[in-house]
Ligand binder design. Structure first.
Ligand SMILES: [Zn+2]
Length: 188
């Protein structure tokens, strides 16, 4: 009988612990995300935190004499579909593996950058060292961006060197289901 009571107590503790963990997990998730379901409209502008970090990136790069140009921010699903056709049904090189709705650009969570050289031209040359410090300006920008919390496309399997994104822990699947990061940083 004593052993039985111990077993029951142990089980009650386990069940309570699981319930508490489940509650805390849901609470934290609810603090970070908004879930509107699949009817959630697509954002038309950059997420405010992504926008703020983009401005910081441009400022920080300029302090080491790198002129960053943002070439792309939010893309509509239609624009993404057209981009996907590039290098497939349309001419040119394949620039993306993401179909409409499959890119973080579609959710206002990604930007693409390029550099402006001393002649004022926009360039995509990853070897360019315009500030003459022996390092590629392109990679210097990527490093600053990563310090600011961006994920860089150059680190992925499909090399997308201009691409920077912040996913806020949300997968494309979750975004497609209507989950969105909150507009402010989550309260801890
Ligand atoms: Zn991109």
């Amino acid at each position: 009988m004593k052993g039985f009571r111990k077993d029951i107590t142990a089980w009650i503790i386990i069940v309570l612990a699981v319930a508490v963990i489940f509650y805390l997990y849901n609470h934290l998730q609810a603090n970070r995300y908004i879930d509107h379901g699949e009817d959630e409209p697509m954002p038309e502008e950059l997420h405010p935190i992504v926008e703020e970090k983009t401005e910081t990136l441009i400022e920080k790069a300029s302090t080491i004499n790198i002129n960053v140009v943002i070439t792309d921010t939010v893309r509509t699903k239609k624009e993404q579909r057209e981009l996907y056709e590039q290098g497939r049904s349309e001419g040119g090189q394949v620039v993306t593996h993401a179909r409409g709705g499959e890119s973080y650009h579609n959710y206002g969570l990604a930007i693409d950058y390029a550099l402006r050289n001393h002649d004022g031209d926009i360039i995509w040359d990853t070897n360019y060292d315009g500030n003459n410090n022996g390092e590629s300006d392109w990679f210097e920008v990527a490093d600053i961006a990563k310090e600011l919390g961006f994920k860089w496309g150059g680190d992925g399997n499909f090399k997308d060197y201009p691409h920077l994104q912040m996913d806020f822990g949300l997968s494309i699947n979750q975004l497609q289901q209507g989950l969105r990061p909150k507009k402010e940083a989550p309260e801890e």
